[in-house]
Design a protein around this ligand. Structure first.
Ligand code: ADP
Ligand code: ZN
Length: 527
């Protein structure tokens, strides 16, 4: 195809090859920029239409468009889909045999390719770089560009090497794309990929058709089943769990209760994984129960809900995972169950994680932002978009807009709880988790309370103004606000540097009160 920089060719390709009438959002501007040989950095939410932003310039410009993507498992699908449209595409990654690799290399050299997909680690291999040197490249597309940012949640060391693209091929335009980036990540992508002078295209991250809801966790499997039965019967959806074991158990539980569900996690045989993924994509109304190993690059338009049974580690992760719902623009639900145990577990994972202090601090900051989203009394969407540096108005379509929680002054209960922790941990040097402190505050003479003489403590029975579940909410929120911490394997509660300010009444503690909800009943068979 001829080299040109007029938008008409792009539009013609959109009609003729892809069969669409018009560009969406800022696709046209992005495509014009790259077709004209300029660099672009594109931030656009999932489903926004990022692929066309490099596929069309690759078709309009002379040479082969080289797409760097970490999604090796999807390359075959992507290439098949393009081939079906008559686009000449190939890929090079570690999964293919020598013969098909040589065929792709020959096609690249003879100019018989429009698009070549490459795994990032390929670019660290000399022979690949030499190969690229011998062909004609129309552009470099760097997909999932947030993987280059150490600040982000999905860092991949191989991406750091991509700064060499600009050094080695300064005349080839580059377009970097991502569906998730805070301002810090955005800036880091620009620096690390030498894209400061590129044009930046930042689309709105709002996904208005997604209803965000975060519920206190009590019996998450039953809560999930309620959600599916009352709001999403027969719908396709994704359920995220933290561990492989809970993926398996949750999938079995759903199947036992008549919901067609499939498991997906990295511990499954790769053939089983691939089979489950392809069933989910092709069949209607399946529920995929998965770890976060599932989903990047999955293009299924009618995912009606994304449920999290465990707390995501970061807002970026949460946004990206929930973003897989409702790509078709129809109403969809993002539902998260969140409880005290999540906070305990995640803080512990950070404390014991590998990496230096700066790394742990970064993980802590990510978690804090996620907790703030869970505990907010404001519109979830406002808070979510603000995290990505975008201003918005209350949406009227999230749980806090629809059913506003109260914010209340929890200073006194907080003081009672912190005093209890102080007496146990600091005075007596004992190690107890949240349950024991709550029993003490409620004045419960359990075996464990009596055995340790905890009914003799001055704080025994001073907290009867709140119910057990409300105390758990107080503990959870104090943990979220870092006014309380956990240590060790058993979730021992300990004070933090800031606890003292509360105990000495130098600091007020505002807490969120969960709105009362009509409890729905449904039949559940345990499994
Ligand atoms: P992203 O990579 O940003 O998540 P995709 O590139 O996969 O999004 O596009 C999402 C869906 O929207 C795809 O099914 C794609 O074919 C479709 N799409 C993209 N651009 C347009 C357009 N201009 N008109 C109609 N459909 C489009
Ligand atoms: Zn809202």
């Amino acid at each position: 195809m001829a080299v040109t920089s007029t938008g008409n060719d792009a539009l013609e390709v959109l009609h003729r090859i892809f069969g669409y009438d018009a560009f969406r959002g800022n696709q046209q501007a992005i495509i014009d920029q790259v077709v004209a040989g300029g660099d672009a950095l594109v931030l656009m939410p999932t489903g926004g239409g990022k692929s066309l932003c490099y596929q069309i310039p690759a078709l309009v410009r002379a040479g082969v468009g080289v797409v760097v993507s970490p999604l090796i498992a999807l390359m075959q699908d992507q290439v098949d889909a393009l081939t079906a449209l008559g686009v000449r595409a190939g890929f090079l990654n570690s999964t293919q045999d020598a013969e098909s690799r040589r065929q792709v290399e020959r096609d690249f050299l003879s100019g018989d390719l429009d698009l070549l997909y490459l795994a990032p680690e390929r670019l660290r291999v000399d022979s690949t770089v030499r190969l690229l040197d011998q062909g004609k490249i129309s552009l470099f597309a760097i997909d999932e560009a947030h993987c280059v940012a150490q600040w982000g949640h999905d860092f991949r060391p191989d991406y750091l090497a991509l700064s060499m693209l600009h050094e080695r091929w300064p005349d080839v335009p580059r377009i970097a794309l991502t569906a998730t980036a805070t301002e810090a990540t955005h800036a880091e992508i620009a620096t690390r990929l030498n894209l400061e002078d590129a044009r930046h295209f930042v689309a709105s991250f709002d996904r208005p058709n997604i209803q965000y809801r975060i519920a206190p966790k009590n019996d998450q499997k039953k809560q999930l089943l309620d959600l599916l039965r009352t709001e999403h019967p027969g719908d396709a959806g994704i359920v995220y769990c933290l561990s492989r074991a809970s993926v398996e158990k949750t999938a079995e539980f759903l199947v036992a209760n008549g919901v067609p569900a499939l498991p997906y996690h990295a511990g499954l045989d790769s053939r089983v994984r691939a089979a489950n993924q392809s069933r989910f994509l092709r069949e209607d109304g399946l529920v995929m129960v998965a770890t976060i190993a599932f989903g990047m690059g999955i293009d299924k338009p009618d995912v009606r809900f994304v449920a999290h049974l465990d707390l995501p580690k970061s807002v970026e992760g949460y946004y990206q995972e929930t973003g897989r719902a409702g790509r078709d623009g129809l109403p969809s639900t993002a539902w998260l169950a969140y409880g005290l145990q999540d906070v305990v577990q995640q803080r512990k994972m950070i404390d014991t994680s590998e990496g230096d202090a700066a790394h742990r601090r970064r993980l802590g900051t990510h978690l804090d932002a996620m907790l703030a989203l869970c505990e907010t009394v404001q519109c979830r969407r406002v808070q979510l978009l603000a995290y990505f540096g975008q201003k918005s108005d209350p949406c009227g379509n999230c749980d806090t807009c629809l059913n506003p929680p109260e914010s209340w002054d929890g200073t006194v209960p907080a003081q009672k709880l912190l005093s209890t922790v102080y007496r146990l941990r600091n005075e007596r040097n004992q190690k107890f988790g949240a349950g024991q402190s709550i029993d003490i505050l409620l004045g419960k003479r359990t075996d464990k309370v009596v055995q340790h003489d905890h009914d003799q403590l001055k704080v025994f029975g001073i907290g009867t103004e709140l119910k057990d579940t409300e105390w758990r909410g107080v503990v959870r929120q104090l943990l979220a606000q870092s006014l309380l911490a956990v240590e060790g394997d058993y979730g021992t509660l300990v004070l933090t540097e800031s606890s003292d300010d509360v105990l000495k009444s130098r600091r007020q503690v505002m807490l969120r009160r969960e709105p009362e909800r009509a409890s729905r009943s449904s039949r559940v068979s345990k499994s």
